[in-house]
Design a protein around this ligand. Sequence first.
Ligand code: ADP
Ligand code: MG
Length: 380
Amino acid sequence: MKQEKKLKVGILFGGKSGEHEVSFCSASSIIGAINPEKYEVTPIGISKEGYWLSPEKSRQALLTGRVEGKETVCWESKTDKHQFIIVDHQDSNLSCSFLEKLDVIFPVLHGPYGEDGTIQGLLELMNIPYVGSGVTASSLAMDKELMKKIFLQEGLPQTRWLMVKRKRWKNEPESVLAEIEKKMHYPLFVKPTNLGSSVGVSKVKKREGLAAALDKAALYDRKVLIEEGIENIIEVECSVLGNDEPEVSVIGEIKPAGEYYDYDAKYMDENTQLIIPAGIPDKVVQQIQRISKLAFLAIDAAGFARVDFFVQKRKKSYWIYLNEINTIPGFTRVSMYPKLWEKSGIGFSELIDKLIQLGLERYQDRLLNKKDYPSKLLQK
Ligand SMILES: Nc1ncnc2c1ncn2[C@@H]1O[C@H](COP(=O)(O)OP(=O)(O)O)[C@@H](O)[C@H]1O
Ligand SMILES: [Mg+2]
């Protein structure tokens, strides 16, 4: 029997965001699990400075965790101690030629400059199929303010929130503080609008801490988001898979080690627990699954996304608040996104296979538009 030609898959990892380390681990997990009979993998590492590495250097980085004597960051490492700083200017020139030879790219880049539509835009321009959401959905999901506006339009349940621009905070702090206190009750959560991994996020219990929290978030972003904090929450997450008709997984629960799910609870503290399935009644599960699907469709996401919620129990009823949608969720063997699918009957390798196929399908869909375009113009 003639063996079918293997599909050439590029795995983009690393990247310029604070989630560089997590991406490194997600990519290693994917490369370790991808079906070698069906796919030929080319790893493409991006350094913290944004330089693209040749496949050889990327492979070396993944295998050894060390490049040119500098230790590459990994799961347990503190970001400020280890950096992925291999810079070879010639590699950047190489990158275009090897990118063009790939059949599909799986961007395993979390956070800004990877999950936010920038890489997706580059791949669109290069006309290369890729896994996951397109430019618009990726950007919307990364900007917490715009994401909330879309969810509001769709009538999805959220906490009360307010966005303040850094310029306004610097110019009229008293009016900003007064507006926040008029519209919301403590505790508050103050966050940079475009970031992830809880970087720059503060929980504020009273006025004394508010200005410092706004200053901190404003270090990371020109837009700061202030949210009313929900107390005594059960944090739950749902995995979504598909394009125009997405499917949803069982629901998982996060039990953060600290007071809330901050950076340390996410990546450092082994006491953070993932509980699958979450300990909430079936009716609440169904609502969360329904809202997850609506959130995915609301931003026009594609391929995969993890939708995160806060659930609050008040006497006998449960209140659901949609927190956010992540278009490139953590993808290590122990991450919530693949674990939820595993529990729903789709194993890690099969999941990767499905995501690649969904990426190709979406590319085909776009090709149809392109064919239509010139003839429509001619008809005018
Ligand atoms: N409004 C809120 N009420 C209660 N907890 C919150 C609220 N906003 C954020 N948190 C806590 O902070 C964590 C990080 O916030 P999140 O908005 O998810 O930021 P990131 O995009 O960095 O993950 C959440 O997982 C949750 O534990
Ligand atoms: Mg979050």
